[in-house]
Design a protein around this ligand. Structure first.
Ligand SMILES: Nc1ncnc2c1ncn2[C@@H]1O[C@H](COP(=O)(O)OP(=O)(O)OP(=O)(O)O)[C@@H](O)[C@H]1O
Length: 253
């Protein structure tokens, strides 16, 4: 698809396919077009050219209620219209998913996301990480078939970020197609099957995470030299060493 706004292309001829049971990480520098891509996939932005289909049917042809039940969109920034309590936010998310067992599902989500102490607290009184968890719980509770998460771990501490990535993986294992915009490449390395690098609104490369993380294109798009280490479980660990323009080829870092 191509998405244009403000007289320029925010996305240019980008194609992606989300598969049930898989986790795609969307990575790239600030302003690359990652949020734009996810919003277009969620049906919140209409592509200027190209289209988004869900189960082979154009997104625009799905009734809004069915589309909302199938696609769970976790935005990068969320400002509720009202000062909801966490319980109300969870209920809205669960009802959107169309489940008949609303109270049970709300209770299960509160338990899974360790939100019981916050259930009656209002959005305005939550910390950044608590908001992130409440929002993730609200979107993921109804187990949507497609999960589009835009930097879901940005406000979370290390433990909560790992827990959320595990939950997203569990939803994929249960059959969801998951796409996550992620800035922390080590979370991407550990929890994504495939990675897509976006830069300047275009796809630089897409492939298995282990291959993309070893690609020199990664250093180039971020303008930083990355050292690749291998953790005991075989996961690649990336350590930024120096900006690309400071170090010259062959010079010791
Ligand atoms: N409605 C709009 N009109 C014009 N430009 C826009 C509009 N929305 C976004 N942009 C621009 O498009 C580019 C891509 O924005 P986008 O939010 O998709 O980037 P991103 O990769 O998610 O960035 P970040 O990592 O900083 O969150 C940015 O340069 C942004 O300023």
């Amino acid at each position: 698809m191509t998405v244009e706004a403000g007289g320029r292309a925010l996305l240019l001829d980008v194609s992606l396919r989300l598969q049930a049971g898989r986790v795609l990480g969307i990575i790239g520098p600030n302003g690359a077009g990652k949020s734009t891509l996810v919003k277009a996939c969620a049906g919140l932005l209409a592509p200027t050219a190209g289209s988004v289909t869900l189960l082979g049917r154009p997104l625009a042809n799905w009734p809004a209620r069915e589309r909302a039940a199938r696609i769970g969109y976790l935005p990068q920034h969320f400002l509720p219209h009202w000062d909801y309590s966490v319980r109300e936010l969870l209920r809205l998310g669960v009802e959107r998913g169309g489940t008949r067992t609303v109270p049970t599902t709300v209770a299960a989500a509160a338990l899974a996301f360790e939100l019981q102490p916050f259930l009656d607290r209002r959005w305005s009184n939550l910390s950044g990480g608590e908001r992130g968890r409440a929002l993730a719980a609200s979107v993921l509770a109804p187990a949507p078939a497609v999960v589009l998460a835009d930097e879901p771990a940005a406000a979370l501490d290390m433990g909560q970020a790992a827990a959320l990535m595990m939950r997203l993986n569990a939803q994929a294992a249960a059959g969801a197609a998951v796409a996550i915009v992620v800035h922390d490449l080590n979370l991407a390395a550990r929890w994504c099957d495939r990675l897509l690098i976006l830069a300047g609104g275009q796809c630089v490369t897409e492939g298995p995470a282990s291959e993309v993380l070893c690609s020199p294109a990664l250093d180039d798009v971020f303008g930083v030299r990355l050292e690749r280490l291998i953790a005991r479980d075989g996961t690649i660990v990336l350590v930024p060493c120096s900006t690309v323009d400071v170090e010259t080829d062959g010079e010791e870092g």
